[in-house]
Design a binder for this molecule. Structure first.
Ligand code: FAD
Length: 344
């Protein structure tokens, strides 16, 4: 698919030659770098070496100098840091504004951002402000050296097609990258990259402010970053049976996912929903328990490394995408599996 990115009024495509270098966004929460940041460093390093350009990381927040140095020690040639009390919490308009100021100043040709809740909110706002394109939810990235283009691969049409998308004219080329999708090793660097403290204009008047942040205590581990997800569908029968799934997730140190059917019934919170109108996940192992395999659900989990489905209907569509299938009643099978794993 060739996106017609340049059909933007007022955009001068000759300017694209002024853009050089690859940026990754150093996502952090409560002064801890997210695992996607390290994945982006690995991917960004590979692409930067191929293009022969520097890899730069960008980080915002309060008291983040230490984090900036971690980025500089892990593959980034330069780290642009904006350390300011106003940037402690994520606010759409504020973080977009700061990021856009830095892009306008330094003109990177490629910007990679994690397809996390944070990145999915930030990236389209930046792309819109800069009149450029955005390819969301990429599962692979490469470079066409001849045309100096980023090849952005992502599932399309509900996962039925894998599309490679380019942004031929507008700059920067912006992609969000699914966590766990591209696993690349990053090498610690000696000497380390440079940390550059950036001064930006912090907008004074904002339409929103963070009053309080409350973490979701019920989530065993973060669904997006989980390596194992045990996901529950309507086949569980009733909400009273959900602890059976939770016990299995606990033993595996996994997170709990759910179908929309279960969420709509009010059996579990929306934050667990996976699929077209929920989260997109790429764990190492996805265990689908009593899930029929509707396309809207498959969209959100089909790129998991290993899919295991447990369903009492041998014709359930979930078996078409599963690597391993178990035809069984959940309430018979899951407790046995859990106790077997507990004894290991
Ligand atoms: P069902 O389809 O009812 O499947 C239950 C399965 O459990 C069946 O296969 C059955 O054989 C099996 N089963 C029953 N009893 C047992 C047992 N005792 N042991 C083992 N197996 C058993 N869905 C999502 O998940 N995520 C989305 O983001 C999403 N977005 C949507 C957006 C739109 C616009 C629309 C129209 C729909 C969306 N849906 C979404 C809904 C989707 O179409 C399906 O309705 C939903 O995924 C079905 O959920 P389910 O598999 O839990 O339930």
């Amino acid at each position: 698919i060739e996106s017609k990115g340049p059909q933007i009024i007022g955009y001068d495509s000759n300017l694209k030659n002024e853009y050089r270098g690859i940026w990754i966004f150093g996502e952090q929460k409560n002064n801890t770098l997210s695992s996607i940041t390290f994945e982006l460093l690995g991917t960004g390093r590979r692409l930067a070496d191929k293009l022969g350009v520097p890899l730069c990381a960008v980080i915002f927040g309060e008291d983040i100098e230490e984090l900036a140095h971690v980025l500089a020690q892990n593959s980034a040639d330069k780290v642009y840091m904006v350390d300011h009390p106003s940037l402690k919490h994520y606010i759409d308009e504020l973080h977009t504004d700061v990021f856009v100021q830095l892009i306008r100043k330094h003109k990177p040709e490629i910007v990679l951002i994690g397809a996390t809740t944070y990145g999915r909110s930030l990236a389209p706002r930046i792309a819109s402000r800069l009149n450029t394109g955005l390819t969301a939810d990429c599962t692979d990235l490469d470079i066409d050296l001849e045309k100096r283009l980023l090849l952005q691969t992502r599932p399309a049409f509900g996962g039925n097609l894998i599309a490679t998308i380019i942004c031929p004219e507008a700059r920067p080329q912006i992609s969000t990258v699914r966590p766990n999708a591209i696993k690349e090793k990053i090498a610690s660097r000696i000497p380390t990259g440079r940390v550059i403290r950036e001064n930006v204009t912090i907008p004074k008047y904002l339409r929103s402010k963070i009053v309080e942040t409350v973490s979701n205590e019920t989530e065993i581990v973060n669904l997006i970053q989980a390596e194992i997800i045990v996901s529950v569908g309507r086949g569980i029968g009733c909400p009273e049976n959900i602890p059976v799934i939770e016990n299995l997730a606990k033993i595996l140190n996994g997170a709990i996912g759910a179908t929309r059917a279960v969420v709509d019934l009010g059996w579990i919170d929306y934050s667990h929903q996976i699929g077209q109108t929920g989260k997109t996940v790429v764990p190492k192992i996805y265990i689908a328990c009593g899930i029929s395999g509707a396309i809207q659900h498959i969209t959100g989990m089909s790129t998991s490394n290993i899919i295991i489905a447990i369903n009492n209907d041998p014709n359930a569509p979930i078996f078409k995408v599963a690597d391993y299938g178990v035809i069984a009643n959940l309430m018979d099978f899951i407790p046995v599996l859990t106790s077997e794993l507990a004894n290991k």
